[in-house]
Design a binder for this molecule. Sequence first.
Ligand SMILES: Cc1ncc(COP(=O)(O)O)c(C=O)c1O
Length: 439
Amino acid sequence: MNISATNNLDAFWMPFTANRQFKKNPRMFVSADRMHYTTSDGRQVMDATAGLWCVNAGHNRPKIVEAIRQQAGELDYAPAFQMGHPKAFELASKLVAMSPTGLDHVMFTNSGSESVETALKTAIAYHRAKGDGSRFRLIGRERGYHGVNFGGISVGGIVPNRKMFGTLLTGVDHLPHTHDLKRNAYTRGIPEHGAELADELERIIGLHDASTIAAVIVEPVAGSTGVLVPPKGYLQKLRNICDKHGILLIFDEVITGYGRLGAPFAADYFGVVPDIMITAKGLTNGVIPMGAVFVKNEIHDAFMTGPEHVIEFFHGYTYSGNPMASAAGLATIETYQEEGLLTRGAELAGYFEDGLHSLKGLPHVIDIRNIGLVGAVELEPVAGEPTRRAFQAFLDAYDKGLLIRTTGDIIALSPPLIVEKADIDFIIDTLGGVLKTLD
Ligand SMILES: Cc1ncc(COP(=O)(O)O)c(C=O)c1O
């Protein structure tokens, strides 16, 4: 199929894409099933990235497809404000039942970015609702990714995502990132060194005073910056420092949620429960946009005061918990549970790890890291041309039938949780072939 003859590629300004490069040589998917995409020129491409870290149950799953079909014909939309429909409540209850203890309430959104804004606003408003309105500061982390809205890029720490957009939110500070190639390169699983980086939070608190700080937000495993696994003990330290100072701890589990690490959530994996947990992506298997923000009882309850006819929290979206997304979410959770996908990563993590680390020693590789079913291969950048080498690897892999994701000069892998050992072999062999011939 000649795409450019049938479509004008000009009108669509594509997100996070090298538009001019793409439009000269488009890469189009036209269908997908389980582990594979089909391209517009009829090739099969293995999805080693679960779409954008979201298609955790693989593509074209019957239960999810059927649920959406049925829902569209039954109740297409119901107002999200002052009205309800049963499936949103059912989904929220199921999510609470599978989430770490204490996270007993859920607010729905349409994306990870919206979930982040929801969490940040909730944290600030919670302190105010308790009569502690001086707690307004938000502490993020260098190299953090929390979506693309103003709150998210303010607490985030990826420079190109921030530098074009003016003053951002005020009252934000950042922890140092935890990436330490010198001490931790080629770590299998959780790095040994760097827990002391959490103590930087004490320094930041010393600078601003705890009484001005509302929340700390981190990704338990930083994904979009290139899969940075937290050092041993680091998250527990953050938890302890936040508790000591009355600061809320927010985990952004948009990538780590719904089985990516081999446990339902990273909070389960690390045994550290946040006060607010942000999710999206895998919630609906990526099929219909949806996010869910989990909050502790005491946060929810702090708002449930005043006259009962008055709205308690002035926040929400037209599509919060909309019927189609709720139906997709319910069918997704059922699929995960029926197939044991939320813990399947734990069974395959060792095989995936061995495969990934077998790439050590190939040209330009300077680090390999992994946890659960997510991993990264970091490449030495071409001098003076950052991102060029990894982007070339992405293009070569695509030509060889493999979808990988790159960020800077890091290759990230996060296959659907239905991945089989033979699929892992294909991913590793193909990526190895790409790396061997990379300039
Ligand atoms: C940790 C994290 N937070 C937030 C987001 C933003 O999600 P969305 O693109 O759905 O807005 C992402 C997306 O990759 C993410 O990885």
